[in-house]
Design a protein around this ligand. Structure first.
Ligand SMILES: [Zn+2]
Length: 243
């Protein structure tokens, strides 16, 4: 970086570092793999956790600039899966933040043929909003493959990357992080139910609509984020110093 960071950018770096720690606490670690990124709405640039740094250890200084346009120079510390973020931001101007992780239950669920059912509040959140990508299970290193993931996402909220992990979007960083936690839990609970080998109930269409409106409303998402931040400050003491 040659220019000084704006106060808004410094705040976004802190929020991305807090988001990283929250994802770690909620089971999204896979060594240093996985990324979280965020941008101002519709911006041509975004900030992303740099390569080789895990969710569990990321700090505000670990965020690097990425360009939505793949023809722009790539920061030397950008993560290899930068094209995944570039392609989704290009396809979805409404997206303000992206989480990509190898969270275990999301990964295992994505390897099955199962449809995510509204078994829990968590599963209800993703009804009609979850895509699947199965063209490759490789790390996503090219803009063409990133664009294919964006097509699988469509106008949804998340996509299961077969034998790889998940990608979750939000209009805000808060929303993307909370939904990443919700998706992992939804997959975990359904896998648990499936493992019983017994039939199990799911919410009605009317209940799903009600849950999507109430449990995952903007006010609720903010309260979940605030709770997750308080927990991160207790678990990772340095988070409380990032002000
Ligand atoms: Zn990956």
């Amino acid at each position: 970086m040659t220019r000084a960071l704006t106060p808004a950018e410094l705040q976004l770096h802190r929020n991305l570092a807090v988001a990283s720690r929250i994802l770690s606490i909620n089971g999204h670690d896979d060594f240093h793999q996985g990324q979280v990124s965020a941008r101002a709405p519709g911006a041509a640039e975004f900030w992303i956790k740099r390569s080789m740094i895990g969710f569990d250890e990321a700090c505000p200084d670990d965020m690097v600039l990425g360009h939505v346009d793949p023809a722009q120079p790539v920061h030397r510390d950008a993560p290899p899966e930068l094209p995944l973020h570039q392609a989704v931001y290009a396809a979805r101007p409404d997206v303000g933040a992206i989480v990509h992780s190898h969270a275990p239950h999301t990964l295992v669920f994505g390897a099955t043929e199962l449809e995510l059912r509204p078994l829990s509040h968590d599963g209800a959140c993703f009804q009609g909003r979850l895509g699947r990508f199965d063209e490759t299970s490789q790390t996503i290193l090219s803009i063409d493959v990133g664009a294919a993931v964006a097509r699988a996402l469509g106008d949804g909220m998340a996509v299961l990357l077969k034998n790889h992990g998940g990608l979750i979007i939000g209009s805000s960083l808060r929303q993307a992080v909370v939904l990443a936690i919700v998706l992992e839990r939804a997959c975990q609970l359904q896998l648990l139910a499936e493992s019983t080998g017994k039939p199990y109930a799911a919410s009605s269409v009317a209940d799903v609509e009600g849950k999507q409106d109430y449990i995952y409303s903007g006010v609720s998402l903010k309260s979940y984020w605030d709770h997750a931040v308080r927990r991160a400050r207790r678990v990772h003491a340095e988070v409380a110093t990032w002000k």
